[in-house]
Design a protein around this ligand. Structure first.
Ligand SMILES: O=C(O)CCC(=O)C(=O)O
Ligand SMILES: [Fe+2]
Length: 356
């Protein structure tokens, strides 16, 4: 290792929970304290042994068996935010939305909710549920380094995603590239698209900033056991890398925001799961609220739309957002307008009634 690799925080903190914590869906003070500290310092933390692996295996079996069909559907969204929009083999794949498969230790994991509420405030709101499948045997290209944000944002914690890998992951099967600590000292001005463009191939962090940071804090790819929940500050720079293995690597994603954030996004769910979802909001310990939009009948999770809208609808909060550089040219100004139109369209899509 060269001296540039000696940056002491270039690792992901993994906190192994006890079987008792997993079974009771609680987290003790020491573990919560370490997790909160790691989130502030590194922008990422792994709570290992937080989920019953039988639940993870069941979802992996279902989603893996559907992956190829999903990959061929015209409605499927591929996350090709890559150089020249090259094919990454990374597609959005949502989990099933039925009572028997919406496991509480994944949809409203106790230890994760407790840590998230310690940072974002009580009763976080889940505003996005989806998944990233890094197709095995695909040989795709890597994603651009990015943060999952396409609009101006705050410079303190305001959104945390809980990720669940459905198999053990490592560089050998395309674990996510992470730029540990990059959530600090970043703003939307660091994004290439902050003054306009909204081509997927151009989404990402400015190259000069990446090269500067790489010198002293190069990215890493973690090794994470299934049954873990990975908490990531939404501002953290990261990228999906190619999956060199034959097996599909699926990662579910649940985005949480503070109770006051007023994100316009909703999670479309069938009416039949309302009682279950309400029970997570009503529980005494670490309640979680879903921004649910209930529709009658059955929802085929293979047709759930990709709607990454993470901006706040709280005008008083938004008044504090940092000022962004102004578009330099009329063309850039026009692109900014197009981008905001696209965002509006995405917002509309979040309440569209899908596949009933
Ligand atoms: O699947 C992954 O490892 C990361 C994908 C990702 O970051 C994205 O599509 O935004
Ligand atoms: Fe991402």
């Amino acid at each position: 290792m060269t001296s540039t690799n000696e940056y002491k925080f270039q690792t992901v903190i993994t906190i192994p929970l006890t079987n008792e914590e997993r079974d009771n869906q609680t987290i003790n003070e020491e573990h919560a304290g370490a997790a909160v500290a790691a989130m502030y310092r590194d922008g990422i933390v792994v709570l290992e042994n937080a989920v019953n692996v039988a639940h993870v295996d069941k979802l992996n079996q279902i989603l893996t068996s559907e992956a190829e069909t999903l990959a061929s559907l015209p409605t499927t969204h591929f996350n090709n935010n890559s150089k020249g929009a090259g094919k990454t083999g990374n597609m959005s794949q949502a989990p099933p939305v039925t009572n028997d498969l919406m496991y509480e230790d994944i949809w409203a994991n106790g230890p994760a909710s407790s840590v998230i509420a310690s940072i974002l405030g009580p009763t976080p709101h889940v505003i996005y549920v989806n998944g990233n499948t890094n197709l095995g045997g695909f040989g795709g290209v890597r994603q651009n380094v990015h943060a999952d944000l396409v609009c101006n944002h705050a410079t303190h914690p305001f959104a945390i995603v809980a990720n669940y890998y459905l198999i053990d992951v490592s560089p050998a099967n395309g674990s996510t590239e992470l730029w540990v600590g990059s959530h600090k000292d970043t703003s939307y001005a660091d994004h290439k698209n902050s003054t306009g463009t909204f081509n997927e191939s151009e989404l990402g962090i400015r190259d000069d900033l990446l090269e500067e940071r790489r010198k002293w804090a190069p990215p890493i790819q973690p090794t994470v056991k299934k049954g873990s929940v990975v908490l990531r500050d939404l501002r953290l720079w990261h990228a999906g890398l190619s999956n060199p293995s034959k097996e599909h690597r699926i990662m579910l994603a649940y985005v949480h925001t503070p109770w006051w954030y007023k994100c316009p996004a909703v999670v479309v769910l069938p009416e039949k799961v309302r009682e279950l979802v309400d029970s997570w909001a009503a529980r005494k310990q670490h309640p979680v609220v879903y921004h649910a939009h209930y529709v009658p009948g059955h929802i085929d999770h293979k047709t759930i739309e990709f709607t990454p809208v993470f901006e706040s609808g709280n005008e008083s909060f938004n008044a504090f957002l940092p000022e962004l550089p102004k578009p330099k040219t009329a063309a850039e100004g026009e692109q900014t307008q197009n981008m905001s139109d696209k965002l509006d369209a995405l917002k509309g899509a979040t309440v569209q009634e899908v596949a009933v």
